[in-house]
Design a protein. Structure first.
Length: 373
């Protein structure tokens, strides 16, 4: 197929990993360099591909507040824009392909206001700060996922209700894409029945409630508008705090973001333990018997099957071709070239993800998180 017609999205957001998710390999600077390589390569070859999904979800799941999720995520987005422009890329060449990914928690109005504020802040900064002229560069296209961390092992059937209200908030906030968690997420990988119920939750919302027929249905509400404006102001204040901390990279390396997230997480836990925040079925309205659920159990044989498949690929792929592709990737990284073409050649030669990552790690080094606490 014509690669210019390829559509899709890659998450590709490394900054939130250092802040919250802890799934990194390389130090911050080379990791950012690979992301900008993707912006550059895709702007020429795959103009319909979404090159990054800038994710607040993981920041919020780690314990951040709604306004911290809003501010940290947007500032990460600004950092990616600045890195692309520093490479010499026209902002209107790559910004239309940036997308976002938000968490949706239980406070319905706060979540709607958060995403309304996000759109306003993003559009304003892209126009006024970065000089974007294309309206597509101002748009915040976003995916939402209901809050996994809000689901409880106690009385897990209650999670169906939580997910439905969170999905409603996403729809009212204008999400372009939505993931509804399964009721058993806190216990195991979901069963087929749990997955189907999560899907039906979206379908009932989309086809029976009418909420998808109106753009910004809560717009004009005094409460929602004032809450949106307040979250904007608070986010802008956090931007100033990030600047005082030396920016995103310095803030990560010094633990500024991590400390903020940990403090917010600890505050939430204290509120639950002190009954100042009610979690139904956990610290209030508790049943002694609870709900019995069938839980998915993955067979240990799955590992053996995967090992056999991997061994077969390595045996059939052509060792010389794979080695040559990895050598070229190592050379491209050493020369500070754009590594995406060489990475694609490695994939075509059936190099494994670990082999690709290991070659780059030889050049870039490995990140080791300092002890901040």
């Amino acid at each position: 197929m014509d690669i210019a017609k390829l559509r899709g999205t890659v998450q590709n957001d490394i900054l939130k990993e250092y802040m919250a998710q802890h799934a990194w390999v390389f130090p911050v600077e080379p990791a950012l360099k690979i992301i900008v390589d993707m912006f550059e390569w895709a702007s020429e070859h795959t103009p319909q591909w979404n090159t990054i999904s800038i994710s607040g979800y993981h920041i919020r799941e780690a314990g951040a507040t709604a306004v911290e999720e809003l501010a940290f995520t947007l500032h990460n987005g600004f950092e990616y824009v600045e890195r692309g422009m520093a490479r010499g890329l026209d902002v209107d060449r790559f910004a239309p392909r940036l997308s976002f990914f938000w968490d949706v928690h239980n406070d319905l109005f706060e979540e709607v206001a958060k995403m309304r504020a996000a759109r306003r802040i993003w559009a304003r900064h892209m126009r006024e700060r970065y000089g974007a002229k294309d309206p597509r560069s101002w748009m915040m296209r976003f995916h939402c996922q209901t809050a996994g961390v809000s689901l409880t092992a106690q009385q897990p059937l209650n999670n169906v209700v939580r997910v439905a209200y969170q999905a409603l908030a996403a729809a009212l906030a204008g999400a372009q894409s939505l993931h509804t968690n399964s009721l058993d997420e806190t216990l195991a990988l979901p069963t087929e029945d749990a997955v189907k119920l999560a899907l039906r939750t979206q379908q009932i919302l989309a086809y029976e409630t009418g909420v998808a027929n109106v753009i910004d249905p809560l717009g004009g509400s005094f409460f929602v508008e004032s809450l949106t404006e307040r979250m904007e102001r608070e986010a802008e204040a956090i931007f100033e705090g990030i600047a005082r901390a030396g920016g995103v990279v310095k803030g990560i390396e010094d633990g500024w973001f991590q400390r903020h997230i940990h403090r917010s997480s600890m505050r939430f836990q204290h509120e639950v333990e002190q009954h100042r925040r009610i979690v139904v079925g956990v610290n209030e309205f508790v049943d002694s018997d609870g709900d019995e659920l069938e839980v998915l159990k993955v067979s240990e044989a799955a590992e053996a099957v995967q090992r056999e498949r991997l061994a077969a690929v390595r045996a059939q792929r052509g060792a010389d071709k794979a080695a040559a592709a990895l050598d070229e990737l190592r050379a491209a990284a050493s020369r500070d070239d754009n590594v995406i073409p060489a990475m694609l050649d490695c994939a075509r030669a059936y190099c494994t993800l670990y082999e690709i990552r290991h070659v780059l790690e030889e050049v870039y080094g490995a990140y080791r998180e300092p002890i901040f606490f």
